[in-house]
Design a protein. Structure first.
Ligand SMILES: *[C@@H]1O[C@H](CO)[C@@H](O)[C@H](O)[C@H]1NC(C)=O
Ligand SMILES: *[C@@H]1O[C@H](CO)[C@@H](O)[C@H](O)[C@H]1NC(C)=O
Ligand SMILES: *[C@@H]1O[C@H](CO)[C@@H](O)[C@H](O)[C@H]1NC(C)=O
Ligand SMILES: *[C@@H]1O[C@H](CO)[C@@H](O)[C@H](O)[C@H]1NC(C)=O
Ligand SMILES: *[C@@H]1O[C@H](CO)[C@@H](O)[C@H](O)[C@H]1NC(C)=O
Length: 394
């Protein structure tokens, strides 16, 4: 073979230059690349190779670091900063004031003091307890979890309004912590603590954001199916599952988590906090985990994942629980919808439309049409983060 040395020289030069250029580009955009690609690859690898996260229990366990006996939980409570109640309804799950009612679902809506409009929209639509009881014969308790208004100057005025609101509706549960993003874990603990103390008999427990839409008829149907199945109503944690998510290391992000808070490249599996359901036994386990696990992880969904992992509970994916996204507005989507995120005032029109949807009377052609519509809406790439493409065919 004939080789031209000059030519090789030239080719090598070009190769060298190209390599240098690529390296430069990688270096310049490294942070972006790291955030979007490398950290995910690292995290997935970790999730699928390690997948035990045994270290979580030992490194977050405060009981093992501080010596106290069986009855030492009070001092743990103090250290974890459990907060006193400002507004409470201890009798919510006791019908006649003495014995526990048979509650199908205890539903906590994570709200904030100033979100009066959202709470009102929920009360008028999917969160209307008396409607759920009369139309679906479902005993569901809907309560709102709150802290205190973060602005000290406005706090007392807002607090008076909250007390009036609570006198009218009797559904606020408020503790004495500042209601901020970084205190969301305190709100999570409030929910499980309250459930443990005042509604331990509830078959299911749900936590949801106040900008969510819950298709109650579908949810109640699903929960009843679980109850009548062989083993389904225990050991359950269901929602939109995040598997092997990497911690966010960008300082400008809302979800930034420093290395000293969480040094590992991947979180344990958890469900999107927008809305998830656990069975009564799991709620009790999570409560007990919150007593011994350090709650400084301020991303509440992740903290829930840490608690569940320590108790040997894994989340289960349900395609009709949405993550961040809003479900497409189409009657064919309502058939199986459980939750949809990112709603405000449109909750009312959606409730009207969803309650109207005639699922069973559609017939073969109607079902075929709806599957096609769902495939169009869910499998094309614009509605990311609502339901996966799979949801079109179930
Ligand atoms: C978690 O750690 C505590 C104390 O270190 C231990 O008693 C407990 O059994 C552990 N739980 C699991 C599920 O490993
Ligand atoms: C709840 O629904 C009932 C009818 O089922 C209705 O009378 C009541 O006004 C509703 N409550 C709210 C707060 O919208
Ligand atoms: C959380 O609430 C507590 C009690 O009110 C307060 O001291 C603390 O500053 C709050 N933390 C954040 C990050 O807002
Ligand atoms: C919880 O973890 C944080 C950060 O890792 C640490 O500063 C704090 O001392 C821990 N708290 C307890 C009670 O162990
Ligand atoms: C959904 O679409 C219907 C018409 O198909 C419309 O009347 C309704 O306002 C829409 N709702 C929302 C929440 O966009």
């Amino acid at each position: 073979m004939f080789m031209n040395f000059r030519r090789i020289h030239k080719v090598q030069c070009i190769q060298l230059l190209t390599t240098a250029l690529v390296l430069c580009m990688v270096m310049v955009s490294w942070e972006e690349l790291d955030h979007h690609v490398v950290s995910h690859v690292r995290s997935y690898t970790y999730r699928y190779l390690v997948n035990s996260y045994d270290f979580l229990n030992s490194s977050f366990n405060i009981a093992s670091k501080h010596h106290h006996g069986q009855n030492g939980t009070d001092s743990v409570d103090g250290r974890l900063g459990r907060y006193p109640y400002l507004i409470n309804h201890p009798g919510k799950c006791k019908g006649d004031g003495k014995s526990w009612e048979d509650v199908l679902l205890l539903l906590f809506v994570k709200s904030s003091p100033e979100n009066f409009e959202q709470r009102q929209a929920i009360r008028n639509t999917w969160g209307n307890e008396s409607f759920l009881l009369s139309e679906l014969s479902a005993n569901v308790k809907v309560v709102f979890a709150l802290g205190m208004h973060p602005n000290v100057k406005r706090r007392s005025r807002v607090q008076i309004a909250l007390q009036q609101e609570d006198q009218a509706y009797g559904d606020l549960i408020q503790q004495n912590f500042v209601d901020t993003f970084h205190n969301l874990t305190a709100k999570l603990i409030l929910q499980f603590q309250w459930g443990h103390e005042y509604c331990p008999q509830a078959r299911f427990f749900m936590s949801a954001d106040d900008d969510i839409f819950i298709h109650m008829p579908n949810l109640v149907k699903y929960l009843r199916q679980l109850l009548s199945s062989q083993s389904g109503a225990t050991h359950l944690w269901v929602g939109h599952v995040h598997r092997g998510s990497p911690p966010n290391r960008r300082k400008d992000s809302k979800y930034y988590v420093p290395y000293d808070l969480y040094p590992w490249p991947s979180y344990p599996d958890y469900t999107a906090g927008a809305g998830y359901v656990v069975s009564g036994d799991v709620a009790a386990k999570i409560y007990h985990a919150t007593l011994v696990l350090n709650s400084s992880m301020y991303i509440d969904d992740v903290y829930m994942g840490i608690c569940a992992k320590a108790m040997g509970v894994s989340p289960k994916e349900h395609v009709h629980f949405s993550g961040e996204g809003k479900a497409p507005n189409h009657s064919c989507i309502y058939d199986h919808m459980i939750t949809s995120h990112g709603h405000a005032t449109d909750v009312r029109s959606l409730w009207q439309a969803a309650a109207d949807a005639k699922v069973n009377s559609r017939g073969f052609m109607g079902n075929l049409y709806c599957t096609a519509v769902r495939a169009m809406l869910l499998c094309l790439p614009y509605y990311q983060n609502t339901y996966s493409c799979m949801a079109a065919f179930t």
